[in-house]
Design a protein around this ligand. Structure first.
Ligand code: SIN
Length: 187
């Protein structure tokens, strides 16, 4: 199901005139920075876990054969590692379009590598959005990712690029490592 959350995001936070905003990226925003930024830092957020639970009908799949991309699920006590971008408010016009298939901007606290804490935003696709696919056995998720392709490329490349980017940041994600193990086992 292709939806468009960009108008909701514009209404909730009118950012176009803001000089600088911190954005937390935990998925493709880590490995595909197709937008200008003032600064990029390693960072984590608390109380969330990354999961391949969001359907992608517009980037890494099609309406007929959706792929799976990451979103966040509440996970008290856990950390999710990613990157923090310091960007101009005007950049959100591009980002809202890119993340329009179900992602809403939420306020968050970013813990920057080095110890500084800053307020910012992230994009999350919650369970009530029509493109949400939710949990499934790791083998089923891996099989779906291996099969899906969309206008932004193979769904498998999204998974592999994200895994490589997280390793480059010095972190590993058990959910992602589990999917890679399923793929190695030949799902
Ligand atoms: C993000 O990267 O922070 C959001 C999800 C995605 O675009 O993959």
């Amino acid at each position: 199901m292709v939806i468009d959350t960009s108008a909701i995001n514009r209404r909730n936070h009118a950012l176009a005139d803001d000089d600088e905003v911190w954005l937390f990226g935990y998925g493709s925003l880590i490995f595909k920075a197709d937008f200008p930024y003032l600064e990029r830092r390693g960072a984590h957020i608390q109380g969330w876990a990354r999961r391949f639970w969001q359907g992608s009908h517009d980037h890494r799949g099609t309406p007929e054969s959706p792929g799976r991309v990451v979103t966040l699920t509440a996970a008290p006590g856990q950390h999710c590692h990613g990157v923090a971008y310091r960007i101009r408010g005007a950049v959100f016009a591009h980002l809202d379009h890119r993340e329009k298939n179900g992602y809403l901007r939420l306020d968050t606290t970013l813990h920057l590598t080095g110890g500084e804490t800053v307020a910012g935003l992230l994009y999350v696709a919650t369970a009530d959005n029509p493109a949400f696919l939710g949990p499934a056995p790791a083998a089923d998720i891996a099989r779906q990712i291996a099969a899906a392709h969309g206008p932004s490329g193979a769904n498998l490349d999204y998974l592999l690029d994200l895994a490589a980017a997280l390793r480059a940041l010095g972190t590993r994600d058990t959910h992602i490592e589990q999917l890679l193990a399923e793929l190695s086992a030949g799902v």
